[in-house]
Design a protein around this ligand. Sequence first.
Ligand SMILES: NC(=O)c1ccc[n+]([C@@H]2O[C@H](COP(=O)([O-])OP(=O)(O)OC[C@H]3O[C@@H](n4cnc5c(N)ncnc54)[C@H](OP(=O)(O)O)[C@@H]3O)[C@@H](O)[C@H]2O)c1
Length: 242
Amino acid sequence: MSEPVSSAVRTPPKLALHGAGRMGRQLAEAAESAGFSLVGVIARHQPDWLTDDLYAASPEQFIVQPDVVIDFSLPGGAANVAQWCAANTIPLVSGTTGLDESTRAELDAASTKVPLLWAANFSIGLNACLVLARRLRELVGPAVPARILDIHHAGKLDAPSGTALVLGEAIGGTVEYDSVREGDAIGEHHLVIELADERIEIRHVAEDRRLFALGALHAARWLLDQAPGHYSMLDCIGAARP
Ligand SMILES: NC(=O)c1ccc[n+]([C@@H]2O[C@H](COP(=O)([O-])OP(=O)(O)OC[C@H]3O[C@@H](n4cnc5c(N)ncnc54)[C@H](OP(=O)(O)O)[C@@H]3O)[C@@H](O)[C@H]2O)c1
């Protein structure tokens, strides 16, 4: 059996971020209090809040090699950083959504070399909803259709959201998706099942983007102790199917 890649890592682990947008900023702000030492942030453009000593236009520019990377970028970026992490034996957490087949294949290939955790949603509460959705399907049977509505800020590119798709996989059967993109909504998901004369709803509302950052940092810490492989947030919180 292969050993965890980073068994020799000492605390605080050195963290690099890939992506310096809404999520990258949240992660940069939360990293130190979560017990990480932030050593670099990669983005194509340097945002105002990011200091010169941390900014890198590509991972090759890092002065200090990180122990773990967290990626919240766009699909092309996720594929590049997965290749780099695999080549440099660095565990990778990715929360980038809207991935196409070739990006998924890059993540799969990287996970044969390093521990890799991809999640459409790092909220512990939303992941608990995935478990509830599976159980709900077992109870109502395969024939009843489900509807999933996701509501996000106007700048979100993918629709349905990655979380809506994962929720759809969890409930299974026939699923109808609907997406609303408006204002600054952080992320809201409704899973609805209509039975004769009754309606079941599982609703999750993200109230602060910080929650995704804290979940991703929790995942990064957990990943440091894992062997190479492709993990989910359900693995991380101990709720994966046997
Ligand atoms: N899993 C979760 O829990 C969760 C939660 C929230 C969001 N998300 C997902 O996370 C991703 C990022 O969200 P966000 O709101 O932070 O987006 P955002 O504000 O648009 O920021 C994206 C960042 O990624 C950088 N980037 C894009 N392509 C890149 C590339 N090829 N190489 C290097 N950097 C690149 C951008 O840099 P430039 O500006 O320089 O292009 C920017 O800094 C999205 O896919 C979103 O759906 C996931």
